[in-house]
Design a protein around this ligand. Sequence first.
Ligand SMILES: *Cc1c(COP(=O)(O)O)cnc(C)c1O
Length: 414
Amino acid sequence: MSSTNWNFGLISTSEFGDLETEYLTKVMKKKRVYRYTPGPVDASEAFKLEQLYANLLGVNHCLAVSSGTSALVTALIAAKIGPGDEVIVPAYTSIATPSAVALAGAVPVIAEIDDTLTLDPKKFEAAITPHTKAVITVHMRGVPCQMDEILRIARKYDLLVIEDVAQANGGSYRGQPLGSIGDVGCFSFGQHKIVTAGEGGLVATDNQEIHLRASAYHDHTFVDWGPNREHTYEKFASQNYRLSEVHAAIALAQSQRLQSLVSRFQNIKKDIVERIRDIEGITLQRIPDPAGDTSYSLVFFMPDSDLATRFTELLGQEGIPCLTMRDHYPSGLPDRHVYTNWHFILNKLGTSAATPWNSENYDGNVSYSARMCPVTLDLLNRGVSIPLHQDMTVGHCNDLVRAVRKVAAKLAGR
Ligand SMILES: *Cc1c(COP(=O)(O)O)cnc(C)c1O
């Protein structure tokens, strides 16, 4: 039985401290909660947040927005993706990813994941049709996707690559920060992410045209957002997806410590993986670039789903918090990260009678079913997921390793 206390808070809010309070207080004292006025546009917290991410990612343009979902919708609209177009998404991601595609008026096409729990490049290529305009590749659970393969295929078919970095802020792939590798990177500062401000998001790109259209779309096509104010371009129906200064201040304080937070996770996971990788009967999730894994999630696969259930039960009895990865949580609630629970997509429902699927612009014939991605379901059914936390001590790691070894031995009858 574990001797350590595993009642950690959320990864993100555990980091809240004096700096967040200081920055929030500054916003209150300035009496400026709106990013554009009063005072110079570049004196806002939102602007500082954008600068910080532009530096971290090494990209030309970052735009703060109100959520990860609005970042995705903004990126799609900015790239002129809409009715008639198909966008490929993995079968395992937040429901926000396919939703954003449908909200932009385009048709999401669902493709299998592989043993990295991210988009399978071969299945991505197989899902491409003459209608495909983009792929949204998702760095799920902080793990970088196979970006080299995905980019190579996307370039071959001239597709836009959008990285959904909502779950992997601070990660990298072969030395390049996630969100800076494809054409556009979309971040979230929601409650369950690595950095949270309660709500918030960010669109990162080197593409000036996409950045200008994104800036316009997120703010009623107003042009009061900075040095490009003179820029003239078409007006189109648009949103208020602006980030408030209150949220920007919190996100800024946390993001300044992002790299040290991710290093803490990486040290913890590396230590644990070294000590469990030889265990027979468990297969660790394949990580495309372990050095770039944000490392807050430890996943391994069992030979079958019954053994995965037994493993989590026994590990739980050892005091180690863990979960199976089925499409329903043990409480019975559906896990909306699994495509089987994206009912409105599977049933081709939009926000009204007019849908992306029945648009007269669309002459593709995508079809969906709950059984369309058997590999994805098999992997998730066999998965055991152990959430890690940055405050884990050597004692926690020792307890975790001991418990995993003990349960594996017991299930193997050793
Ligand atoms: C959370 C999440 C989103 C949406 O972000 P919000 O800020 O909640 O709108 C999009 N994609 C993935 C993979 C997510 O985990």
